[in-house]
Design a protein around this ligand. Structure first.
Ligand code: VG1
Ligand code: CO
Length: 546
């Protein structure tokens, strides 16, 4: 095999502490930008004995430039000595499916090509990240090592070879490396069959139950069609926008109430289906809407935790749960009642990995519409819908009834997230710095009629390996459990995005009927006042309210 050594210079742009690289396609397509990152990953993770005998999994969400990027990754993997690369047919693997394939095939790790919920197309975003042998995003010590390599890289190894045929299932050779194109959905469907009672779900659909699943022209289409329509017998048309398109049909594959408005409107109509759901670009997020009722992701996590035993995989109960710090405390109340531990981690799925690997938790989730379990090491959109379906099948109640009963039992965590997108980075940084500077003076003060119990910059010590992650979000916690949290997004590609998370607990069911924004009005006003958001950014309101 002829290995070509291409001299290169360090690249800028990987944010330390993030699991990969997310940039405009135009940036990725320039010169050796992608190759630099891929080589940096291999330099950082290479075992002392090299990659001989090891398997790498590669797949993406089908966005613009996916196929080109995969061809390049394959050549670099061959030159770096991998024995085998597994690629999903057509270059497709949803993020949870990639996690599943890595685990199922005992791979060394995988490269996932996706910018998740960010828009695609020639002017859109692209991304790549490395997942380890457990199927999960690389932990911080690995991403730190990758980052260090991106600053020091001098050479890329690649081979000169023709493009492989990604449409044909089977084995091809790239130099001395075996390239296997695999069915992109088969392993994943097999895993779902083990976790859920497909016969019971088939019976649910046979009884006339209606689901509307919006794949948002992104990667979950093939998975959703295979599972909901073919395996479970839901009528065709259950999956809408089900063909992955390179530009996601010009849309923004982010399953929130703004970008999944079509689904929201369908679910609020008089003849709405029983359950509505949507997933994002790479298939790891989920939006859940029952007929006439939106279920906030933090509540969905709590409801799934409270009802998981209705699915065979979780019938024996759950070991524990975890949520990211800005996620509402709804799941904490379920854990307390069940007598299982609840962990509070920083934002990002990689922080759940150790807890899942150690068997300390079974379910976990984030307010950003990510829910998952120990079945893979990524959040999983289709899985969340299957768990909801299992619960609806077992309880024979509507989503509304389940939600109302849940809130009556556990109380309700009113919760909202306000996003201010594409702010000038210096303005966003100055704003959070000013809040950080004020935090020490806030403890003990009374604001909006509540006493501040805690005001700090969240820092996390991993209970499994003791590693410490600092600066994970500014939080102001009141003695009644209400909270205001400020964080800057780590996944945006233009300017800075400020996220403000606001929460209040209401234990009294008779006061549960309120609109969320009304229920939180005084805290929303306080959040603006404390950070001077309108004054500093010039924005009169957030771009996205969830
Ligand atoms: C966002 C979400 C976070 C999620 C991350 C990756 O990060 O808030 O909860 O883990 O996206 O999700 P940030 O830093 O922009 O707030 V995905 O669907 O892009 O893999
Ligand atoms: Co995603």
């Amino acid at each position: 095999m002829n290995i070509t050594r291409i001299p290169t210079a360090p690249i800028a742009g990987m944010k330390p502490g993030t699991s990969g690289l997310r940039k405009k396609v135009t940036e990725f397509a320039q010169g050796h930008y992608l190759a630099n990152f891929v080589q940096s990953v291999f330099d950082a993770v290479q075992p002392p004995t090299g990659f001989g005998g090891l398997t790498l999994v590669v797949g993406g969400d089908g966005r613009y430039w996916n196929l080109e990027a995969i061809q390049r990754v394959i050549r670099i993997a061959a030159a770096n000595g991998f024995a085998r690369v597994l690629v999903g047919q057509g270059g497709i693997l949803s993020t949870p499916a990639a996690s599943c394939v890595i685990r199922q095939h005992g791979a060394f790790g995988g490269l996932i090509l996706s910018a998740s919920h960010n828009p695609g197309g020639p002017d859109g975003d692209f991304g790549i990240k490395f997942n380890a042998a457990n199927g999960g995003p690389a932990p911080e010590k690995v991403t730190d090592a990758i980052y260090a390599k991106t600053l020091a890289i001098g050479e890329i190894l690649t081979v000169e070879s023709a493009d492989v045929d990604l449409g044909r299932i089977g084995t091809q050779a790239v130099g001395t490396m075996k390239l296997e194109v695999i069915d992109a959905v088969a392993d994943y469907v097999e895993l779902m069959r083990k976790l859920f009672d497909f016969a019971a779900l088939r019976a649910l659909f046979a009884g006339g139950f209606r689901l509307s699943f919006d794949a948002m022209h992104a990667v979950t289409g093939p998975y959703a069609k295979a599972i909901f329509e073919r395996e479970l017998g839901a009528p065709s048309g259950t999956v809408v926008n089900g063909t992955p398109l390179p530009d996601f049909g010009g849309g923004h594959p982010d399953p929130n109430l703004v970008h999944a408005k079509e689904l929201l409107d369908r679910m609020m109509a008089a003849d709405a289906p029983e359950l509505g759901a949507a997933s994002d670009g790479d298939g790891d997020r989920n939006l859940i809407i029952g007929r006439g009722i939106f279920i906030p992701p933090s509540d969905s996590l709590a409801m799934l935790a409270a009802n998981a035993h209705h699915a065979p995989a979780y019938a024996k109960g759950i070991a524990g749960v975890a949520r990211s710090m800005p996620t509402s405390g709804a799941v904490d109340r379920v854990a307390a009642k069940r007598g299982v531990p609840c962990f509070e981690t920083p934002t990002g799925w990689k922080f759940f990995g150790n807890l899942l690997d150690a068997g300390r938790i079974t379910l976990c989730g984030e307010e950003s519409a990510g829910t998952g379990s120990n079945h893979v090491r990524e959040k999983d959109g289709v899985w969340a819908v299957l768990l909801w379906l299992s619960i609806l099948a077992a309880r024979q109640q509507s989503v509304q009834q389940i939600a109302r009963e849940h809130w009556a039992t556990y109380g309700r965590n009113y919760y909202t997230r306000h996003d201010y997108e594409d702010l000038d980075t210096p303005i966003a940084k100055a704003l959070t710095q000013a809040v950080a500077d004020r935090l020490p003076t806030l403890a003990g003060q009374t604001l909006a009629g509540r006493r501040v119990a805690l005001a700090d910059d969240f820092s996390y010590t991993d209970p499994v390996d003791g590693s410490v992650s600092k600066n994970q979000g500014l939080r102001i916690v009141f003695d009644d459990g209400s909270r205001i949290v400020y964080r800057l997004s780590g996944t945006g590609t233009t300017g800075s995005t400020l996220r403000v998370y606001i929460e209040r607990y209401e234990g009294e069911p008779s006061r549960h009927a309120q609109d969320t924004q009304d229920a939180l009005a005084d805290l929303i006003a306080l959040a603006d006042e404390l950070a001077q958001i309108r004054a500093r950014t010039g924005r009169q309101q957030p771009d996205v309210v969830t």
